[in-house]
Design a protein around this ligand. Sequence first.
Ligand SMILES: Nc1ncnc2c1ncn2[C@@H]1O[C@H](COP(=O)(O)OP(=O)(O)OP(=O)(O)O)[C@@H](O)[C@H]1O
Ligand SMILES: [Mg+2]
Length: 361
Amino acid sequence: MTEHDDGSLDATARVVDPATTDDERRIEAALRPRRLADFPGQRRVRDQLGLVLEAARRRESPPDHVLLSGPPGLGKTTLAMIIAAELEQPMRITSGPAIQHAGDLAAVLSSLAEGEVLFVDEIHRMARPAEEMLYLAMEDFRVDVIVGKGPGATAIPLELPPFTVVGATTRAGLLPAPLRDRFGFTGHLDYYATEDLQLILTRSAGLLEIESTREGIHEIASRSRGTPRIANRLLRRVRDWAQVHGQHVVDQEAALVALELFDVDKQGLDRLDRAVLEALCKRFGGGPVGLSTLAVAVGEEPDTVETVAEPYLVREGYIVRTPRGRSASRTAWQHLGLTPPTPVAGQDHLPLGDQPRRFDH
Ligand SMILES: Nc1ncnc2c1ncn2[C@@H]1O[C@H](COP(=O)(O)OP(=O)(O)OP(=O)(O)O)[C@@H](O)[C@H]1O
Ligand SMILES: [Mg+2]
């Protein structure tokens, strides 16, 4: 995983390109839409958020706190920036891992101006005392600043001007309920439809001055795991391939060859996805197997397998999450060109939504 300057971790960096450079990050920033109206896809979240912001504008007061959740690369940071832009307010950026002491957070909170937007990325990774301070501040616009140490320490209450917290998380389930409840609006981002990714890619190609054909864009869009960050990266890799091969148009042929070269298969699964499926089918006979065992088998952190690879594999029906662990579906066996054993493990289980929330770890 790549660590950003602000301490946040970019979990998708390795999926397509293990060596994410500053240059890549700059390009990513340049490709972010700036306004809600320019943000394709996520129609529901966009409409809901549009309403929340418009109502706040009419009331001339800061909107409720907003929580954005969803897998990496779907636009949480982008939307946070859009919220600040739509409110015409400056945005302060911090992240859970950067706030390890309540004092770190007190310093940030006490310097906020009225109406400002405080973006807390990876909010589920904040230290517990800071979490408590944050949810009290979100509710009462007040922090207790501790002066002194030990038994002589005193808490001095400090009033804060109203502000808006925008939290982002890939793991909403890990947020403690009191903190989650302080958010007046939660937007769940889901994987994008191919048509939306085509819109995003066409726009990106324009901004990066990449000539492309509709078929080329469609090929990339349909193999980007429903994720704009991956789509934009693949576009640049296909462009690289085209340039090196003396052609200046990103067309279907360039996309087909380049995506193959970068280990993105027909269904858009990348190396990590396939490693997970292969471990599950070949080493564990299709499961069920616990997350940490599976992660060890593919040489990754359990968190990476759970937040980066698994959500998409579950959504596309390759993996079934059961109370006893992860199981391969018939689709997974077929995708690897293997014959599934009969009956396929886990097939008698309910889909994810009907499962209890916590699973083995
Ligand atoms: N709806 C969208 N339209 C156009 N581009 C988008 C959209 N959503 C995301 N992107 C692009 O994808 C990239 C990743 O988006 P973003 O950084 O907002 O994701 P994220 O959800 O914050 O990911 P992470 O969980 O890793 O922090 C951005 O650089 C942006 O260019
Ligand atoms: Mg982000």
